[in-house]
Design a protein around this ligand. Sequence first.
Ligand code: OOG
Ligand code: NI
Length: 462
Amino acid sequence: MSGEFVSSDQIRSWFSAAMSGMYREEVPAYGTLLDLVKEVNEGYLDAHAEEKERLGQLGELERIGDERHGAIRLGTADELSTIRRLFAVMGMEPVGYYDLSVAGVPVHSTAFRPIRDESLKANPFRVFTSLLRLDLIADEKLRNEAAQILAIRQIFTPGCIALIEKAEANGGLSAADGENFVNEALETFRWHTQASVSASMYQKLHDAHRLIADVVSFRGPHINHLTPRTLDIDKVQTLMPEHGITPKAVVEGPPTRNVPILLRQTSFKALQEMVDFVVADGKAEAGRHTARFGEIEQRGLALTPKGQALYDRLLAETRAKVTPAADGSNAAEYMSTLSETFAEFPDDLETLRREKLGYFRYTATGKTDASVTAASDLDTLLSAGVIAADPIVYEDFLPVSAAGIFQSNLGDEAAQAFSANPNRDRFEADLGASVKDLYQLYAEIEASSLARARAKLALAAA
Ligand code: OOG
Ligand code: NI
């Protein structure tokens, strides 16, 4: 039976490509950005032949051009649990819990992404998915009105629901059903010019928080950005203005380094879009809404909890000295303080590995050495050159960076104080599942790569 199914990796690749095509039509600057990133990545690989070969051998080269993440913001627990089932059809599972209330954004989030090594290689498409926290709206009347508006909307097409159920019942979809599923699922992410509220309701929601207006006022959770992966974010950041795109003032995440770690991101401001509000008092009203934007990212080494703790400490130290101003006025000072503070973070692969700051993928190099066996300790095998260690790429997100991305696109007036208020239990109850632990996923990939490499050595010796 399973032979008749198309793989979930294939469905995800189709979906990611379809989404990219749709967004390219909706947001022309995204197309410009894709072309720029492609050009910079090609230039980077041409100038770094060794890195190109290494990525090729690891099977990571093909995925880079395809690589992107998107983001959506949902309104209700039902929407969140159904989107979990929708993403499951494409082999994407919830990984990590991000509380953004700390940063004045009334949402909490997870990332849906493939988790197995082969699936990540096939297509790493991920969606940062936030759930609005109406419990953080102080005004009780407005909170109830917003909840009522959200309760009656249906963000999934009947065809999409039917295909999710079919995939769940049968354990997969045929190729024809898979293609239909992609078309149906795409509808959930589409932009709608027609708002589902009146202009005055929109204004009330907007006054409470721009993000609340964005989630509550529309028929669906339009994809708000789609982010290609670049191999040189500083270069793209510098070239963006030449292509008519103004990036946010500072790149989020770690500074420029020899060995990239975690995730660096930069975005450009939301589009102003024309919106038709619902007729109130017999009066149709046109208006504007800004929600959708562009972003690029550069991914590096996944850090262990020890490495992440060092990253968090150094970032906090940097921000205690200079907090990046939204208008960009202290951008240069922030970036230089960031680099100075991060001087403490080891910046060569061998130290990062020895100090267990990051996760590594081990492979047998094919070289043999009579003085070692498959059971020799790892350092011995590495120095003999029979096993090689390569960084495992970070596949997840960073809460402080995500908050910076939200803020830069919501405008400064949106920076509001909510106290830190994580509620992971509630999120998981709404999701209908627990979120996966990202460190465990990296540790498993590392351990299984080492086991495979040792098995290969043993086989070669026999
Ligand atoms: C999501 C912002 C977070 C990222 O890359 O960190 C994000 C949003 O604005 O909905 O996408
Ligand atoms: Ni993003």
